[in-house]
Design a binder for this molecule. Sequence first.
Ligand code: ASP
Ligand code: MG
Length: 407
Amino acid sequence: MALLVQKYGGTSVADPDRIRNVARLVKRAVDAGHQVAVVVSAMAGTTNQLVKWVDELDDGHFDPAEYDTVVAAGEQITSGLVAIALNKLGVPARSFQGWQIPLVTEGGHGKARIGEIPADSLKRTLQLGHVAVVSGFQGVSPEGRIATLGRGGSDTSAVAIAAAIGAERCDIYTDVDGVYTTDPRISDKARKIDRITYEEMLELASLGAKVLQTRSVALAMQYQVRVQVLSSFEDKPGTLVAGEDEIMESNIVTGIAHSKDEAKITLAGVKDQPGVAAAIFGPLSEANINVDMIVQSVSSDGATTSMTFTVGKTDLVRAKSVLDGLKSTVGIERVDADGNVVKISVVGVGMRSHAGVAHTMFQTLAARGINIQAISTSEIKVSVLIAADYMELAIRSLHSAYGLDAT
Ligand code: ASP
Ligand code: MG
């Protein structure tokens, strides 16, 4: 007998039939003798509709606490419906809203963090052999107001609940059957990964593999919650996200991710003297613009240099105008913006102990005539920025080069 958390995403609870299917999956675990806490998302499309209604009434100036009151409603509906479907199958179940647990939040509204979760009432329910059906995405602020955790936040709710009750595993049921070595829509040779470490999943999630909310992975790593990503539509094991001690496979590269969310800025004729980088990146950070990859070349004439870096695509216009404003004071000749780029990253904990991963990447891209515009690395990741047109070619070639292709 184990204590399990099962989380069902929006597509898995999209209509009454699918909710019945969810109830059957939960019943199967209960019949096998497990204690189950279920965490649910809003039915597919519901949260978008709720956000739209808010925007229609007041685009941007509304009280964030009232925004949360509205958008948290989707999960309340699903938790009640799932409890009803379970009861109908003879499985005793009750719903819990964030304030009823309580899942206490911190840090305001719209994108609150999770604070404390006293798990007593959940545990009492589970010990009675009843299923607790928890509304994901929502909690209660210290002021007693409904607060939400940011879009996609029910993954994070599920992991937090699993940590709070000490669950054996947190199963995230979704519409894909696991985490893949790369986006299967780009490469038909993508393979499902059986096991992946928290660190790798964190990199892949934040690099645009949109299976799990990044925060949920960070939380799982922090509390060592084992997470399984699997499909609610197919009956087969998914991908286990766990600590390195549980991962037997030894691929050097585990996955290849891409992000179309970044844009490139090149500064030419930048004065080469102390304090210039600070004078450039200071105003960007004050404008709340995140900078990712940074390349500065050595000055050839001793007087000026050039600098390339990336910012979020949605920040590109703002970044350009901030930088244009610095031209004369800081000493920058030209500011060029290019939104037509993509970041490709190879990720794997095996890189820590194997040399040559970056070399293979550069060589593979060179053989295809793909120019690298910027490079960044971390302990378990190498990223390159290339022209967007080459995205698919680059991903497929790298996927083969690292021996990831399905046979
Ligand atoms: N319903 C929320 C959203 O659509 C939370 C979630 O599904 O994870 O963002
Ligand atoms: Mg989701």
